[in-house]
Design a protein around this ligand. Structure first.
Ligand code: C2O
Ligand code: CU
Length: 503
C-alpha cells in the first residue's frame, strides 16, 4: 500500500514499496517512489496534490503521487504492470516512447478497451531499448494527463555503463492552472472552441468551482482570432511544477564536489520549457532516451524541452555553491520553475535567478556526426507529408493535418518492413506542434531543408515551431495501428492526429 508517500522529502519515500522492491540508487529529491524489478501495480486514484504551502489541487494519480512511481527496469526483461482503476472514469496507460507491441500501447478504442472503474488490465512487454521514457493515460488524454495521470519509466542497460553517474535524478515538468475553472478551455473531448460544453467534462472541477467557461471564452478564446493557443496557454497555466512541486517547495538536488550528475528531464505538460543550468557546462547525453554521439559541452545556452520530450543531461559537479536549474523566458510561470542544486556545505547560500537572454541549443546540429541508419538520398517505400495547421474545420477552431481532423486525416498506410519518409511542415502562424509517433523511433534527417549535421538524431517526439519543416524516416517494424499526433494534447483532442496503419 503506497498511499501515504506524497511528501517532497526525498529518501523517506524510498524503500517503502511493500511487495515491490524499491531502488537502492542514490536518488534523492523525488517525491515519488522508485520501483525496481519487473512486476508492478499501478492504481489510478484521486488524491490531493500540495504544490506548495498554499496551493492544493485535486489530482488523478497512479499510486497516489504526481508523478506516479518511477519504474526502473532492465533491458531485455519482460515487464508486467497491473493497472487497477479506482477512478470514476475509464483510464489506460500509454508507454510514451517505448516500442511495445501494439496491443499494449494503451490507446482506447484502437489497441484496447479503456479500463473501466473497478476493473484492471495487465500490460506486458519486453523492455528492449535503454533510455528515459514516461507513461500516461491515453483516455481523454488532454484532461487526464493534465490532471496528473503520468509517471516516468527508465530502462537500464543490462550491463552497468562504463561511466555510471554518481547521482541520477529525474525531474518531471508540468504546469497547472492558476484558476481551475479554466480547465475546459484547452481541448478535451467535451468541448470545442465555439465555447459549447458538451457536458462530459463535468467532473473536471469536482463540483467545487463555478464553471466560467463562457466568460473565459469571451476574453481569451482563439475562436475570435484574438489570441492563438500558443499565447493563451501560458496565461492560463502559470504554476509550473517539477515532480509535483512549485517554486520554493521544489526540493533541492544535493550533490558533492567531483560527482558526475545525471538529470533526466521529462516534459509531461502543455508548454515548452527553456532551461538554464547555472554555473556548469553540461552535456546532452540522450534525447527521447536515445544516446547522442559524443556530445560536446554546452555552455551559456538554454535547453528547450517540448511536451512529451525527454532530455538526459550530465554535468560534473566542479563548481561548489548553490545554483539553479531554472526556466528562462517570458512565460508568467517561469519564475516558479527553479530547482536548486546544492553542494554539500552550501545549503545556506542564496541562489540568484538569472535574467540573461541566452540562445537555445539546436539539437539538429549537436553531437558528433556518425554513420546513420537513414539518409535523405536513399530510396523509401513510402513518403508522406503532414501539413500542420490551425484553422477552422467544420465550423470550429481545429488543429489540422492536411486540412483534416482525426479521424478524417488520411492514414499513413505501410506494410511491415517498409522504409518510410515523412515530411512535417508547421503552417500554424503561432502554434508549436511537438509531433509524437507511437511504437517507433524516427531519425530526423533535415530541418528547413538543411540536413541534420550532428549526431544521428533519433526521437519519438519532435518539436516543430511555426514555419519550420522537418523530414524524418523510420522503418515500419512494429505491426499494428499507431497514433502519430501532436503532443500538445489539446491540439490532439482538436484534431491533430494521424494514424499509421499496417496492411
Ligand atoms: Cu505521450 Cu499518444 O502520447
Ligand atoms: Cu500542436
Amino acid at each position: 500500500n503506497h498511499d501515504a508517500h506524497q511528501t517532497g522529502a526525498a529518501q523517506s519515500t524510498i524503500g517503502q514499496g511493500g511487495d515491490q522492491p524499491t531502488s537502492t540508487l542514490p536518488v534523492s529529491a523525488e517525491p515519488f517512489e522508485v520501483l525496481t524489478g519487473s512486476s508492478f501495480t499501478l492504481t489510478a486514484k484521486e488524491t490531493t496534490l500540495q504544490l506548495d504551502e498554499k496551493t492544493k489541487k485535486t489530482v488523478w494519480t497512479y499510486n497516489g503521487t504526481v508523478p506516479g512511481p518511477q519504474l526502473r527496469v532492465k533491458q531485455g526483461e519482460t515487464v508486467r504492470v497491473v493497472l487497477k482503476n479506482e477512478l470514476p472514469e475509464p483510464v489506460t496507460i500509454h508507454w510514451h516512447g517505448l516500442p511495445v507491441p501494439n496491443n499494449m500501447d494503451g490507446i482506447p478504442g484502437v489497441t484496447q478497451n479503456a479500463v473501466r472503474p473497478n476493473e484492471s488490465f495487465t500490460y506486458e512487454f519486453v523492455a528492449n531499448t535503454v533510455g528515459t521514457y514516461w507513461y500516461h493515460s491515453h483516455q481523454k488524454s488532454s484532461e487526464q494527463v493534465d490532471k496528473g495521470l503520468y509517471g516516468s519509466i527508465v530502462v537500464e542497460p543490462k550491463e552497468p555503463p562504463a561511466k555510471p553517474a554518481d547521482q541520477d535524478f529525474t525531474l518531471v515538468l508540468d504546469e497547472w492552472l492558476a484558476d481551475d475553472s479554466m480547465a475546459q478551455m484547452h481541448g478535451g473531448t467535451g468541448m470545442d472552441r465555439s465555447g459549447m460544453n458538451h457536458g462530459n467534462m463535468g467532473n473536471m472541477n469536482h463540483g467545487s468551482a463555478p464553471s466560467s467557461d463562457q466568460n473565459a471564452h469571451s476574453g481569451m478564446s482563439g475562436m475570435d482570432g484574438q489570441m492563438s493557443d500558443a499565447e493563451m496557454m501560458p496565461l492560463m497555466y502559470t504554476i509550473f511544477s517539477v515532480n509535483g512541486k512549485t517554486g520554493a517547495a521544489i526540493p533541492p538536488l544535493s550533490v558533492k564536489e567531483g560527482e558526475r550528475v545525471r538529470i533526466r528531464l521529462v516534459n509531461a505538460g502543455y508548454l515548452s520549457h527553456k532551461l538554464n543550468l547555472q554555473g556548469h557546462e553540461f552535456q546532452i547525453v540522450a534525447t527521447d532516451g536515445q544516446p547522442i554521439n559524443n556530445p560536446p559541452l554546452v555552455n551559456g545556452q538554454l535547453l528547450n524541452i517540448a511536451p512529451g520530450e525527454r532530455y538526459d543531461i550530465e554535468f560534473i559537479a566542479n563548481h561548489p555553491g548553490k545554483w539553479l536549474l531554472e526556466e528562462q523566458g517570458k512565460n508568467p510561470g517561469a519564475k516558479s520553475l527553479a530547482v536548486p542544486i546544492v553542494y554539500e556545505g552550501y545549503a545556506d547560500k542564496a541562489a540568484t535567478p538569472g535574467t540573461e537572454d541566452l540562445p537555445t541549443v539546436d539539437i539538429t546540429k549537436y553531437g558528433e556526426a556518425a554513420k546513420s541508419r537513414f539518409t535523405l538520398e536513399q530510396a523509401y517505400d513510402i513518403t508522406y507529408q503532414m501539413d500542420l495547421n490551425t484553422e477552422m474545420a467544420k465550423g470550429k477552431m481545429a488543429f489540422t493535418i492536411n486540412g483534416k481532423t482525426f479521424p478524417d486525416v488520411p492514414p499513413l498506410n505501410v506494410k511491415k518492413g517498409d522504409l518510410v519518409k515523412v515530411t512535417m511542415v508547421n503552417r500554424s502562424p503561432k502554434d508549436v506542434h511537438p509531433m509524437h509517433l507511437h511504437g517507433h523511433f524516427f531519425q530526423v534527417l533535415s530541418k528547413n531543408g538543411q540536413p541534420v549535421s550532428g549526431s544521428p538524431l533519433i526521437k519519438d517526439t519532435l518539436n516543430i515551431l511555426p514555419g519550420e519543416s522537418f523530414v524524418v524516416a523510420f522503418q515500419a517494424d512494429n505491426p499494428g495501428n499507431w497514433m502519430f499526433h501532436c503532443h500538445d494534447l489539446g491540439h490532439a483532442a482538436q484534431g491533430m492526429v494521424a494514424e499509421v496503419k499496417y496492411a
